[in-house]
Design a protein around this ligand. Structure first.
Ligand SMILES: [Fe+2]
Length: 429
């Protein structure tokens, strides 16, 4: 496990490895991946920008004097959340200081993949059935949804990378149900990163899974319309938050926190959202979280009217608009929860080879594992293989092998979903 130690900038020494700053990376000139302090200039550069940083004592030297560790995790998740009241600030949650996880990883990626694959299949079937029932006017029995969310939560807590990788499956013809499942998975990984307790994760996951259930009352010709919606059609789409709340209010037995997500996930920080045009902290924490995740998954998915954008570009756009549309602190936390190169990012390496990022969560964000699929001449590699950048591999010429740039999904014909089949992952990883 990465050992992070906080160091005041006045105490920085040559040979330390900076892995985290006291401010967002995006606001600094430094590389996301972290960097070694290999010259006095590099130390001075950090001192000009930061007051303190965190150093990785596995990748570089440790400070001599005992420093404050990055461990955090105040206890005391507010009991109010269970009743549906709103914790309005991150400070009211047991969030790990400086991103150190409250939940240690209990399984490795390979071991978790089999469970993730089964859960993904079950989750897809369940949400499809729930949606069909609601469209037919049947009332919702949330028992199966609860069971699926509980299983998803356990997998995410054990190791979020496996489900985040399975999430690459995004089919246009199944958009709504896969989107709901993906929003659930991403929300759980986000909640894990924030250190939310299990019971809060269950509420958050259920609300995320069912957040668009009201769309089952929107006529299919409007829901699936390619191209621009007319204002009156958009008004019909907007009814899905209220309709969703009504569906769940009748006989579902689901708590206020779940209903609130369904009703509030299209509210925006600047008051431009719907249905109530709430702003800022009037929007509940869980709704603010699901709003971020919902937009992220929609923009990174192929739709009838737009092509999927890359995860990295999407996070960059969301970061730019964090203050108008979202909760800025939560956007930063969400980016941290996914890592610098989110799973499924298509990347070109320094050698020209092309791969797909497999796991790049906070603990591994400096050096993800990459499934290499094209050689430097952009020809398919017959037996794709995984390269672990934490092992500092070198190419044939002895140069460090690293990510050079992030490509759009589909570049050189590389679609992350093509590498998801159970046999492949089981055999090759
Ligand atoms: Fe929605």
């Amino acid at each position: 496990m990465v050992d992070k130690v906080r160091v005041e900038c006045a105490e920085l020494k040559l040979g330390m490895y900076v892995c985290e700053l006291d401010r967002p990376w995006l606001e600094t000139p430094f590389p996301f991946q972290g960097f070694a302090l290999d010259s006095m200039e590099s130390i001075e550069a950090v001192r000009r920008v930061c007051d303190y940083v965190f150093v990785d004592t596995e990748l570089g030297i440790a400070p001599r004097r005992p420093a404050r560790t990055a461990a955090g995790g105040a206890s005391g998740w507010s009991a109010e959340v269970r009743g549906g009241a709103r914790p309005q600030t991150l400070a009211s949650l047991p969030i790990a200081a400086a991103g150190r996880p409250v939940y240690p990883r209990r399984t490795d990626f390979e071991a978790e993949l089999a469970r993730a694959h089964t859960l993904q299949t079950e989750g897809r079937a369940l949400i499809g059935q729930v949606f069909r029932d609601v469209r037919l006017g049947k009332s919702l029995d949330p028992g199966d949804a609860r069971a699926v969310v509980r299983s998803l939560t356990e997998s995410i807590l054990a190791n979020p990378d496996a489900l985040l990788w399975m999430m690459q499956l995004k089919r246009r013809d199944e958009y709504t149900s896969l989107h709901c499942l993906n929003v659930c998975i991403l929300s759980l990984a986000f909640g894990r990163h924030l250190g939310l307790p299990r019971e809060a994760l269950h509420e958050l996951g259920l609300g995320a899974l069912l957040h668009d259930i009201g769309k089952m009352r929107v006529p299919l010709e409007i829901l699936n319309k390619p191209g621009r919606l007319e204002p009156q059609e958009f008004a019909v789409i907007q009814t899905h938050t209220g309709e969703g709340r009504e569906i769940l209010r009748v006989n579902s037995g689901l708590g206020n926190a779940v209903l609130d997500i369904v009703y509030g996930h299209h509210e925006r920080r600047d008051g431009s959202g719907y249905p109530r045009r709430l702003s800022g902290d009037e929007i509940s924490l869980f709704s603010r979280m699901v709003a971020i995740v919902d937009v992220y998954d929609a923009v990174t998915s192929d739709r009838v009217y737009h092509k999927a954008a890359s995860p990295v570009a999407t996070l960059g756009w969301m970061y730019e608009h964090r203050a108008e549309l979202f909760d800025p602190g939560l956007v930063e936390s969400f980016i941290q929860s996914l890592g610098i190169f989110p799973a499924g990012s298509v990347v070109e390496m320094t050698s020209g080879a092309v791969g797909v990022v497999i796991d790049a969560s906070p603990e591994r964000r400096l050096r993800p594992r990459v499934l290499m699929v094209l050689n430097p001449d952009k020809e398919p590699i017959e037996q794709p293989r995984v390269i672990d950048l934490a092992e500092r591999p070198v190419d044939a010429a002895g140069r460090t092998f690293d990510v050079r740039l992030v490509l759009e999904p589909g570049s050189y014909g590389v679609h992350p979903a093509d590498y998801l089949s159970g046999e492949f992952t089981a055999a090759e990883l």
